[in-house]
Ligand binder design. Structure first.
Ligand code: NAD
Length: 460
């Protein structure tokens, strides 16, 4: 069980997606009573029935373990009444023009304001990734509705951006590098300090399988103004996207000069000013955050008549990287039209079932456009992909083996452990031609080459 904490009266989380659900499970585990809200009634029913809804290591177990502390509802207003903290964790996808769509945040704010009661003291926290000024907007929306309802509640506001990584979401929530709180309201800060106290001081007993990483320092609490907090989130994601694009840019030069980008990255990463993280060359970044946040930050800049050439270039390099992967296959196969290519991995990284901005699906589409047949597989997101993209002319393979059988080439797009543990020397014998493009530099290339496979990595 968790170590004792001073539980808050009630924490309500609006939005039970990747961020909301992981945050809710952890806060419940730390001893706070948590009410999870989602407008998607099917999702709420599934959660009530004990289904984790999203794929994240340890989440089903933690939800089962905390069920006495956690409830699920579609009713924002009821969930907000009596809450001491209300966290907004709804989605903020990109609009067609690239700026973040904050309509769900706005709607959540309206509904929260409709549920606050006379005399209620409450901190409203924006955890969704939102453009500059959204926290201010949330507070003005709520204050306006309260005025109209003639309800006097003491509402305090804070921005509290989220940095969890899918695939590591619970670990990142329990053991974050930092907790950023943007607010000029001391009451908000005090309450959020209480909310996160067990995490900040690491006073809880770790849930089974989610032990504290060795040598991990205590999380820093960074308190700042709301605008800077909003900016910290976007700037962090843009920086990480730049870092990946940078190593991918170097990787393609490595291919030309005959260097090995893994070795180059290893050498670079030993410099603590650079750091070893996010220097893996590959198929380029994707997923639900980097692409949309990179666009949203550029949209913010444009609003101020400013441009972000470095961020823009990261985006361009990322697109070029995808095309390069296809051209690498074309270099070997010469003709792509009519070829059968196995695409292994549809999620943007292992450990999640998130298919948003999937590099695997983008590559599959590029290959289809060049006339190739694509047989795709993913260990967790295959059914979801089939349902989401019924019009894509992809053959969905029930196993990696089925995808590889008779293929002219294989493209590894996600480094799922299931794929890394395959006996590639044996399985590639099922292929028509044993051509493997390892888009994650994750397979034993030398061994495969010795066995006669035409093996290609990225940047080596
Ligand atoms: P998600 O799409 O998985 O979840 C959002 C949920 O909110 C959905 O279930 C949706 O039905 C619900 N919702 C939308 N409007 C609602 C409303 N008005 N009332 C109640 N429920 C509502 O999104 P996510 O990946 O959890 O991301 C949420 C936010 O956190 C985004 O702003 C995202 O940028 C940010 N973020 C995401 C990650 C990540 O790894 N996924 C990491 C850091 C930050």
């Amino acid at each position: 069980a968790a170590a004792p904490t001073t539980p808050l009266a009630r924490v309500t989380i609006v939005g039970s997606g990747y961020v909301g659900l992981n945050t809710g499970a952890v806060l419940a585990y730390l001893g706070h009573p948590v009410v999870m809200v989602d407008r998607d009634a099917e999702r709420v029913a599934a959660l009530q029935a004990g289904e984790a809804v999203i794929y994240e290591q340890g989440l089903s177990e933690l939800l089962a373990q905390t069920h006495a502390q956690l409830s699920f509802t579609t009713q924002v207003q009821e969930a907000v009444a009596g809450a001491q903290v209300v966290i907004i964790a709804v989605g903020t996808p990109a609009t067609a023009s690239g700026d973040a769509d904050t309509r769900a945040v706005e709607q959540a704010a309206q509904e929260i304001a409709g549920g606050l009661q006379e005399g209620q003291r409450c901190v409203v926290v924006v955890k969704s990734t939102v453009p500059i000024g959204t926290n201010r907007r949330v507070s003005s929306v709520i204050d306006r509705v309260l005025q109209r309802r003639q309800v006097r509640a003491q509402v305090h506001y804070a921005s509290n951006p989220e940095f969890l990584r899918e695939g590591m979401a619970l670990r990142d929530t329990l053991y974050p590098d930092r907790v950023v709180i943007g607010s000029d309201d001391p009451e908000a800060l005090t309450t959020l300090r209480q909310l996160y106290q067990p995490i900040l001081e690491q006073t809880f007993a770790p849930p089974a399988g989610l032990e504290r990483p060795e040598h991990k320092p205590l999380p820093a609490l960074m308190s700042t103004d709301a605008t800077s907090a909003e900016m910290v989130k976007y700037a962090s994601n843009a920086f990480l996207a730049v870092k990946i694009s940078f190593i991918n840019e170097v990787a393609l030069l490595c291919e030309k000069v005959g260097a090995d980008v893994s070795e180059v990255a290893r050498g670079m990463g030993m410099d603590i000013r650079i750091g070893a993280g996010f220097l893996q060359a590959g198929v380029g970044w994707g997923g639900s955050c980097f692409p949309k946040d990179v666009l949203a930050l550029q949209a913010v800049a444009a609003e101020y008549g400013y441009s972000l050439p470095i961020v823009q270039a990261a985006d361009m390099v990322n697109r070029r990287q995808r095309v390069h992967m296809v051209e690498r296959l074309q270099d070997v196969l010469k003709v792509l039209r009519g070829r059968q290519v196995a695409v292994l991995g549809l999620t943007f990284k292992p450990g999640t079932n998130d298919l948003r901005e999937s590099p695997g699906l983008e590559l599959a589409q590029l290959l289809l456009r060049r006339g190739a047949h694509v047989r795709a597989h993913d260990p967790v997101a295959l059914d979801a992909a089939r349902t989401l993209y019924p019009d894509l002319e992809i053959d969905w393979a029930a196993s990696a083996e089925e995808a590889l059988r008779g293929a002219d080439a294989a493209l590894l797009t996600t480094a799922w452990p299931e794929y890394l543990h395959l006996d590639w020397a044996v399985l590639t014998r099922l292929m028509r031609t044993r051509v493997v493009l390892d888009g994650r530099n994750a397979l034993p290339g030398d061994l495969l080459r010795q066995d006669g496979v035409t093996y290609m990595g990225v940047g080596r």
